[in-house]
Design a protein around this ligand. Structure first.
Ligand code: HEC
Ligand code: HEC
Ligand code: HEC
Length: 124
């Protein structure tokens, strides 16, 4: 019994991470963020609205952010900081839009620092 449990743990540890680069490994092809955020999307804005600063009404028209798609999510963060005045902070947007997604699809453990980090990279 104990050995079976240990083997299960080892198997889980050895399982390959399907999204080692997080965002950009999932958001490909028609799911590319440069494609998804290019179209006005009031339904998306409505999901994020509860986390926007008081008094800000989201339109669902995302500004053009060509440079940001070169390092996702690092280059999304400055506009979507905790103190952003015109839109919601990135962690709240991410967590509310991916509430059914496993944490480790985005957060990767760095054994050297014992921190969970979200890696960034360019769209391909
Ligand atoms: C495991 C796969 C996966 C990962 C990893 C992932 N996403 Fe997503 N994301 C999805 C799915 C699925 C949706 C819902 C798509 C839909 O509604 O058609 C989504 C929706 C979104 C949306 C809303 C797009 C829209 O037009 O509705 C944004 C923005 C987004 N993700 C950004 C990100 C960012 C930034 C990261 C990394 C921090 C990330 N995602 C990581 C799967 C993923
Ligand atoms: C130049 C600043 C800026 C950058 C960079 C930026 N955003 Fe935004 N974002 C905004 C603003 C402003 C809004 C509010 C737009 C609205 O709805 O009126 C917004 C809204 C959103 C929304 C809610 C939907 C909407 O249109 O309101 C999502 C999701 C989002 N951003 C994701 C991202 C992702 C992912 C990145 C990186 C690829 C990113 N943003 C980079 C400024 C930025
Ligand atoms: C779709 C990608 C994605 C998923 C899935 C995700 N996160 Fe995050 N999370 C982020 C991003 C992006 C940030 C902001 C960047 C950073 O802090 O490194 C963040 C930040 C955080 C933070 C610190 C900032 C804050 O205010 O919340 C915590 C804590 C956190 N996540 C916990 C979780 C937990 C727990 C889960 C699973 C239940 C989870 N996350 C799932 C993308 C994700």
């Amino acid at each position: 019994m104990k050995i079976a449990a240990l083997l299960l743990l080892l198997a889980a540890a050895a399982a390959k991470d399907p999204y080692p680069k997080a965002c950009i490994d999932c958001h490909k092809g028609p799911m590319k963020l440069s494609v998804m955020l290019a179209k006005p999307n009031p339904a998306l804005a409505a999901k994020v609205q509860p986390f926007a600063p008081a008094g800000v009404k989201l339109t669902g028209k995302h500004p053009a952010v060509t440079a940001a798609y070169k390092s996702i999510p690092a280059k999304c963060m400055p506009c979507h900081s905790a103190t952003a005045k015109t839109t919601a902070p990135m962690p709240k947007i991410m967590h509310t839009l991916h509430s059914g997604t496993e944490c480790t699809a985005c957060h990767k453990f760095n054994p050297a620092t014992a921190e969970q980090v979200v890696p960034s990279g360019p769209e391909s």
